[in-house]
Design a protein around this ligand. Structure first.
Ligand code: NAI
Ligand code: 15L
Length: 269
């Protein structure tokens, strides 16, 4: 498919959205911004909720692709998750399909498979087709998003790359982060690959840099043309000195999802 030029960036006011607003224009994209919150310094951004159908129709009109980052990004009540991550993502897909948009890049999360035991010692990296094991209501909503993406491909021919992002911040903040870190520059490389690779159907990839301590398999991401350039290892000595090595006996260190596995579901909501 030709390089998409105009890309709708949902969640543009968020942490990752702000990083991508800086980095993606260098790849030739014109970004149309969308968020429930105003986007600082961007008066043309569309300020609306994902469940606002009229605003969504305006947002997707004429775009070549969507980078869908908007949503609750941590554990929250089911009511909040239901509105933003489940109904909101459904509404985004419905509007994109109605407008003839053929490609969505969906910000899934490692928390869709957060209850997968992390590899220890010589254990192989976690494959992308490992059974989904959400660690939170939040992770459950990302599993829903991946299924929705598959459904829209099978039923409507809308392509998606679901990126199970590890942890995308300027620097890793924890020892676990050494394994799951996605540098912002690699994030932009990966999203660019996901927006431009041909014939992706619905492809699921892990989103991380080429970390020495990587826990998962980047083969499907590399097949899109993604070539990570960064590695968290330079941060390792300081983080391990401060926090110690991961303790396999600690539940919060035993699974891909880290401390998310210790979050109790919030109920009543
Ligand atoms: P964030 O919480 O900083 O930003 C999310 C943005 O989405 C916010 O600006 C918020 O206003 C907007 N939003 C939430 N609900 C909305 C709704 N109903 N309608 C319109 N806008 C809405 O999160 P961050 O870190 O920027 O993450 C972006 C996406 O990537 C999220 O979907 C998150 O789940 C996913 N992700 C991020 C990771 C990371 O390391 N930053 C790791 C894994 C997944
Ligand atoms: C996520 O899905 C969150 O959105 C992000 O804030 C981090 O907590 C990340 O996962 C992680 O696993 O470190």
């Amino acid at each position: 498919m030709p390089t998409p030029r105009t890309v709708l960036l949902t969640g543009a006011a968020g942490g990752l959205g702000t990083l991508m607003r800086d980095l993606l224009p260098a790849y030739g994209y014109a970004l149309r911004l969308f968020d429930a919150r105003p986007v600082e310094g961007a008066p043309d951004a569309i300020t609306a909720d994902l469940t606002d159908t009229a605003a969504l129709r305006e947002a997707v009109d004429g775009v070549d692709a969507v980078l869908h980052l908007a949503g609750i990004s941590l554990e929250a009540s089911f009511a909040k998750i239901l509105k933003s991550n489940i109904a909101g993502t459904y509404d985004l897909y419905a509007a994109a399909h109605e407008a003839g948009v053929g490609r969505i890049v969906f910000a899934s999360s490692n928390h869709a498979v957060g209850y997968t035991p992390r590899p220890v010692g010589d254990a192989p990296p976690i494959p992308v087709d490992t059974p989904r094991r959400p660690d939170t209501l939040y992770g459950l909503s990302k599993a829903f998003g991946e299924d929705l993406a598959q459904f829209y491909w099978d039923k409507h021919g809308v392509e998606t790359v679901s990126v199970r992002i590890g942890s995308c911040f300027a620097e890793p903040a924890t020892v676990r982060g050494l394994s799951v870190w996605l540098s912002p520059a690699d994030g932009a490389r990966l999203f660019h690959a996901a927006l431009t690779a041909e014939n992706v159907g619905h492809t699921v990839v892990y989103g991380s840099s080429a970390n020495t301590r990587l826990w998962w398999d980047l083969t499907s991401a590399r097949a899109l043309g993604y070539e990570p350039q960064d590695d968290s290892e330079p941060f390792a000595e300081k983080l391990i000195a401060e926090q110690g090595e991961l303790d396999p006996a600690d539940e919060a260190h035993a699974y891909l999802g880290g401390h998310f596995v210790t979050n109790p579901p919030i109920w009543p909501h």
